[in-house]
Design a protein around this ligand. Structure first.
Ligand code: ZN
Length: 368
């Protein structure tokens, strides 16, 4: 059984076994090759599954993020920050119980400012905070604004998931001790390792998790996953990609534009294909070291696994539908370039994107 359930059985998943045992080898490069082969096999199998009903990547907010973390050990430019664009993904997929709506990475960015790393940045900026905000905080949309723009009501959200829980505050969506939560029917899909981590962080980790971000969420709203799973008709998969955090997973979606793979193991397509990057230092680092990916290294919890996971993500994704030199990876936080941070604009950006036909609220109600 791939799923721990707290209450009713969760019948919408099927375990993914492709990666079982692929990280057991003593030699790290043997693990890389085993994961690459398994990723290719997984990709071939997933391509036989249906595509999703609807997929949309929507920009929420752009924030500064240290470039030394964004491209660990590789960045050779002068800009201290890159501009990270945090995205929301609205995904609808078919199941035996009808169409389900999944929100991936619904960041409640209005209520996660207390994340210690960013609170400290604010503290250092002091009276300059309003100036800095005006210059480098770009508030494009909120989760509720994005849903409203699509005509989806909060009650229609069946599931939410995050590739990892850094900076996230879930209590407004799922409820806390005092509040019922704005998504009354949504359940969180989370790897059991990530859920456990977030409840007992060591100081190395806790700078990046929002204090109180999961406090008081009723257990009935949480589905802890024991491993990788397909959802519904197999058009979506949540695949363990340990590295950036211990309980990290990738959101893998079969679309008419190919298999799109989302996580924050890397912050741009350049990070997944550094040999083709124009960002200062990346191509040189790749040539010098042989690295085929560049890690997003703010916490460096499991960097060897993160490297292997990025190879896995590339293998699952296959070539990018925009430019085959890059993989079909859709970072959940994608570097976007900014005039204050020259030389950080990625060579190729996924940006916002949608595919398929949204089933809107009235139609969902009719079907139910
Ligand atoms: Zn993170």
């Amino acid at each position: 059984m791939a799923v721990i359930t707290n209450h009713a059985p969760f019948a919408l998943t099927k375990a993914v076994h492709h990666f079982d045992g692929t990280r057991d080898a003593a030699r790290p490069m043997d693990r890389v090759e085993a994961v690459r082969r398994a990723g290719e096999a997984f990709r071939n199998d997933m391509l036989k599954n249906p595509t999703v009903q609807f997929y949309k990547a929507m920009e929420l907010v752009r924030v500064p993020y240290p470039s030394k973390f964004a491209y660990l050990n590789a960045y050779a430019g002068l800009a201290p920050f890159v501009h990270l664009c945090n995205k929301l993904f609205v995904i609808q997929f078919n199941t035996a119980e009808g169409i389900k709506t999944l929100l991936a990475s619904p960041s409640d960015w209005e209520h996660q400012r207390t994340t210690p790393f960013f609170a400290h940045l604010d503290q250092k900026a002091g009276p300059l905070v309003p100036v800095m905000e005006a210059l480098v905080l770009r508030k494009t949309n909120t989760v509720l604004g994005a849903l409203a723009s699509l005509g989806l009501q909060p009650e229609q959200v069946d599931y939410i998931t995050y590739d990892h829980l850094h900076t996230q505050n879930l209590t407004r969506w799922l409820g806390s001790l005092h509040e019922p939560g704005l998504f009354p029917n949504a359940k969180l899909l989370v790897m059991k390792e990530e859920w456990a981590s977030a409840q007992g962080l060591i100081p190395w980790q806790n700078q990046w998790y929002c204090p109180g971000g999961i406090t008081g969420i009723p257990e009935s709203r949480v589905i802890q996953l024991e491993g990788s799973v397909f959802l519904g008709d197999g058009s979506v998969a949540l695949v363990r990609t340990k590295g950036h955090t211990e309980g990290n997973h990738s959101i893998v979606v079969n679309t008419p534009q190919g298999i799109l793979v989302t996580s924050e193991n890397g912050v741009s397509l350049d990070a997944y294909a550094p040999a083709h990057s124009r960002i200062p230092g990346l191509a040189d680092y790749a040539a010098r070291t042989g690295a085929e990916v560049i890690i997003n290294g703010n916490t460096q919890e499991y960097v060897v696994d993160q490297y292997i996971s990025m190879v896995q993500e590339k293998a699952m994704a296959g070539p990018c539908f925009l430019d085959a030199r890059f993989p079909n990876v859709m970072p959940s936080s994608e570097s976007a370039g900014h005039w204050l941070f020259p030389g950080t604009a990625p060579t190729l950006r996924m940006g916002e994107f949608h595919s398929g036909q949204l089933i809107s609220t009235p139609e969902l109600k009719k079907a139910a």
